[in-house]
Design a protein around this ligand. Structure first.
Ligand SMILES: NC(=O)c1ccc[n+]([C@@H]2O[C@H](COP(=O)([O-])OP(=O)(O)OC[C@H]3O[C@@H](n4cnc5c(N)ncnc54)[C@H](OP(=O)(O)O)[C@@H]3O)[C@@H](O)[C@H]2O)c1
Length: 289
């Protein structure tokens, strides 16, 4: 049986579900550039089982990872799912033959992506679906009414339990909130990329989760002299300090660090238990400039 007590950060309530703030992002389980099968399939399955056995109850995925590969691995490793496990997914994009991530947000495309997620994950309903906006280079200020409205209709039909938005501007978050209740925003944010600081605080005041993607820097892990300095002083590693800082930043921040390695997963869980004092925080807050 899983124990949420062992994980750093405690828990957060997403709609009617309680999840561990320390979660797991499954994107790194696919092949290079998130295309094709993993280089070590057994290790990929082992990472997912390790996450569940560690007590993690929030796993982030998308049908576009592989595509299909990561959802298939999740089902193979963890189905039938534990009652307390929440699998969050994203719709709004597809993969092209070059590995690009073009938008796919017409009502028909979104409904098809929901069906694909249900099928690959082996579920009758999806716990949490983020509408993924913008493009691979970042957010794009576009109207979301039709796309988000399509997901709201699917929620009414019972195939989606909770809704969120991803890669969204503050205006798009507000537009989504004007249409239906959202429980989370999943955007790019880490020690060095703090454009969402105000948004995080506003969401915290409303009890809405903020889920940073690329918490460790993504495809180019965070590097900074200040970060290394704090890590050395604490007898830790830069990436552990980066995760501990996120947990410290705001109680509504949920971590989904990605890894394809059980050793890194264990290291990240253990490392983010760090207590940061005022001097550490002052130095770390200076990194984003
Ligand atoms: N909504 C969106 O648009 C969006 C976009 C991107 C990602 N996401 C989600 O966010 C999650 C997190 O993002 P991410 O996985 O791209 O980036 P990330 O968590 O910032 O960093 C992952 C990278 O860090 C490395 N890493 C992890 N732990 C490490 C350790 N202890 N020591 C050394 N290296 C370590 C991983 O390599 P190893 O595999 O070797 O450990 C991997 O290359 C994804 O898994 C995905 O679920 C969402």
């Amino acid at each position: 049986m899983s124990s949420t007590l062992v994980l750093p950060g405690g828990t957060w309530t997403l709609g009617d579900r309680t999840v561990t703030r320390f979660g797991y992002g499954a994107m790194q389980l696919a092949g290079p550039w998130v295309m094709g099968p993993p280089k070590d399939r057994d290790e990929a399955l082992a990472v997912l089982r390790e996450a569940a056995n560690s007590g993690i109850t929030h796993i982030d995925t998308a049908e576009t990872y592989g595509p299909r590969v990561v959802n298939d691995l999740i089902r193979e490793a963890l189905h039938p799912y534990a009652a307390d496990l929440l699998i969050a997914t994203k719709v709004g994009g597809r993969r092209d033959a070059q590995g690009g991530w073009p938008a796919a947000r017409t009502p028909d495309e979104l409904r098809r992506q929901i069906d694909d997620n249900l099928e690959t994950l082996g579920l009758d309903a999806l716990d949490l679906v983020h509408l993924r906006l913008g493009d691979a280079s970042g957010t794009v200020p576009e109207d979301i009414e039709e796309a988000f409205g399509t997901l709201v209709d699917l929620q009414r039909q019972g195939v989606i339990r909770h809704l969120g938005v991803s890669n969204a501007t503050a205006e798009q978050v507000a537009q989504a909130q004007s249409i239906a209740q959202i429980v989370s925003v999943q955007n790019r944010y880490n020690l060095a990329n703090r454009g969402d600081d105000d948004l995080i605080d506003r969401l915290a005041a409303k009890g809405i989760a903020y889920i940073p993607f690329f918490p460790l820097g993504g495809f180019s892990p965070l590097q900074s002299d200040a970060l290394s300095g704090v890590a050395t002083r604490l007898g830790s590693t830069p990436l552990s300090v980066a995760l501990a800082w996120l947990l410290h930043r705001s109680p509504n921040i949920l971590l989904i660090p990605g890894t394809s390695s059980t050793a890194h997963l264990r290291e990240n869980i253990a490392g983010s238990r760090l207590t940061l004092v005022e001097e550490d925080l002052r130095e770390l807050d200076g990194i984003a400039g």
